[in-house]
Design a protein around this ligand. Structure first.
Ligand SMILES: [Zn+2]
Ligand SMILES: [Zn+2]
Length: 550
């Protein structure tokens, strides 16, 4: 069944906002972070633009919350400096991965603080936020309230130990801090006491019918996710949106109280959009949020509920992908079982990573696995052996035998009928965000090219003196060069660096809309070199030793 399809939600003259989950500004990003969000959202936006859609890609540093305050305190920095540092690091490393945001802003911005306060006031005046005195953890040793992650303990749902006190990394549930078992102060380990404080609550319970309706009637949402989110509707709880601390969005009319980070973080999508498009930001009626499955609760429940009373647009689609494992085991920074994006780019190359990650990420919340052995096989056999090989053999043949000038020839009708069909399949799949299957179709086009080249044997034709063989030879290279152009266009969203390099080798024109057409005009080739590299066993083992130390 077709769920999401851009054709169902937006025309080419409508504004589309694509977002990736905001990276939390308190540490290095690793390969587990790119699978569900930064890479697929980047591929999708590049595709939409190539097809002529008015799409922008917005992201920001998620700057508030206790882990940042905690991290800044440990690093001896102000939270502002700490956030700025990680913001800049994330922007740099993601850009090296080819992730091209139109804006990478921050939730600690004047726009976000103002808009979050506006959301708060609107929801409060409409009767969806109330105030109540409640008890909160307080460390008698540190003499401070201990919001969220300043307490650690055992998950009340699945029993996982040493979890943050607001959400469980193991089962993905969020819960009230007081429900956590065996609580401890995360700074000093003291058992906290309870102390009274006035907090604001967002009445999520009032949104049960709205959310049921939104989930059931929005066919653009991912079916498998909807099914489990619908189960959560029976135990919705009002949501404590206050924290007794000073780092965050100040609550209007209060002192030393800020909004909970999950209140202002998604508003960061809109405030960053406002920063980028101050005149037209309210005209973006299609919102596509790419997220990982750890934040489904926030995006499928809290966020639409907030938007329904404080904004004029609801999320159009919220594609969710599963976690990435590393050699079958969960990524873990504390156990040093992870590969940073930085190391990933250094050892594997940005395009190789994007290719492998996409090829192993289906349209589902299923977890994936990063295996060095599988990476090696897929890169060597599919990216290099199939796609790279076809492009390189075609261009180097033209370079050496035709003095670098693509010969004129006749389009091979049978070939181009097939290419057009495959290209149109690629576009249909891309429109539905089925990126893995679209990439497989692109590989089918280069496989077709390899078969064509192999069957026509240009290396034999070139030796013949016969006039008809010369014509045949011209046709083969003309059609093959046309296929190179097709592949160069289609692979741009997936492997942008290789696509740009290919443009230096054979200056091609066109976009996704014309990708299935034969070459319109001849071209003079630049310097030809392979676009991708292979990995031998020795190199893979060397990388394994370097990046996986335990
Ligand atoms: Zn749990
Ligand atoms: Zn303490």
């Amino acid at each position: 069944m077709v769920e999401f399809n851009i054709d169902k939600v937006a025309g080419k003259n409508e504004k589309i906002l694509v977002t990736a989950a905001l990276p939390y500004a308190n540490g290095e990003l690793h390969l587990g972070h790119i699978r569900s969000t930064y890479v697929p959202a980047d591929i999708y936006t590049r595709f939409l633009r190539s097809l002529g859609y008015d799409a922008i890609y917005v992201c920001a540093a998620d700057a508030h919350g206790t882990p940042i305050l905690f991290g800044a305190e440990q690093a001896g920095k102000s939270p502002e400096d700490y956030v700025k540092y990680w913001h800049d690091e994330h922007e740099r490393v993601l850009s090296e991965l080819g992730v091209k945001f139109d804006i990478f802003y921050t939730t600690h911005s004047p726009e976000n603080i103002a808009l979050s306060q506006e959301f708060f006031t609107t929801l409060k005046e409409a009767g969806y936020i109330y105030k109540k005195e409640t008890e909160h953890f307080y460390c008698p040793n540190c003499k401070r309230f201990l919001p969220d992650r300043f307490v650690r303990g055992t998950c009340p749902y699945c029993g996982a130990e040493d979890q943050y006190s607001d959400s469980c990394e193991q089962c993905g549930r969020t819960y009230d801090q007081k429900d956590v078992k065996d609580p401890r102060c995360a700074i000093c380990g003291t058992v906290p006491i309870l102390k009274k404080s006035e907090h604001y609550f967002f009445q999520l319970t009032k949104f049960k019918d709205f959310l049921a309706d939104y989930l059931k009637n929005n066919e653009n949402l991912q079916e498998e996710v909807k099914n489990y989110v619908l189960n959560w509707l029976d135990d919705l709880k009002d949501w404590d949106i206050t924290r007794d601390m000073t780092w965050g969005v100040p609550i209007p009319g209060e002192k030393n109280k800020v909004l909970y980070v999950w209140f202002d973080a998604p508003i960061g999508y809109l405030s960053s959009l406002k920063k980028l498009k101050p005149d037209t930001w309210k005209e973006y009626k299609t919102m596509i949020h790419f997220i990982g499955k750890d934040i489904v609760y926030h995006h499928y429940l809290f966020w639409p509920a907030m938007l329904s009373k404080a904004w004029h647009v609801l999320p159009t689609a919220i594609p969710v992908r599963g976690f990435l494992k590393l050699e079958g085991k969960k990524f873990s920074k504390s156990r040093k079982w992870y590969i940073s994006i930085e190391d990933g780019i250094k050892y594997f190359g940005a395009d190789h990573l994007r290719f492998y990650i996409t090829l192993t990420t289906p349209y589902s919340t299923e977890d994936g696995n990063f295996s060095l052995k599988e990476f090696q096989e897929r890169i060597n056999n599919e990216l290099v052996g199939n796609l790279g090989n076809f492009i390189y053999r075609t261009l180097s043949f033209i370079k050496t035998k035709f003095d670098g000038v693509v010969p004129k020839g006749e389009p091979d009708k049978g070939l181009w009928d097939e290419v057009k069909k495959l290209t149109s399949d690629v576009i249909s799949l891309m429109k539905e965000i089925k990126l893995k299957r679209a990439l497989e179709k692109i590989l089918a086009i280069s496989a077709l090219g390899n078969q064509y080249f192999q069957k026509k044997k240009p290396w034999e034709l070139v030796k013949s003196e016969k006039e008809e063989d010369k014509i045949k030879l011209n046709d083969v290279l003309y059609n093959s060069a046309g296929l190179v152009r097709t592949l160069g266009i289609l692979m741009e969203p997936f492997c942008p660096f290789a696509s740009a390099e290919l443009k230096r080798q054979i200056a091609f024109e066109g976009s996704y809309a014309s990708a299935g057409e034969p070459l319109q005009k001849g071209a003079k080739l630049g310097q030809i070199k392979p676009l991708f590299k292979t990995f031998d066993n020795e190199e893979i083992e060397k990388i394994r030793k370097k990046v996986l130390t335990n």
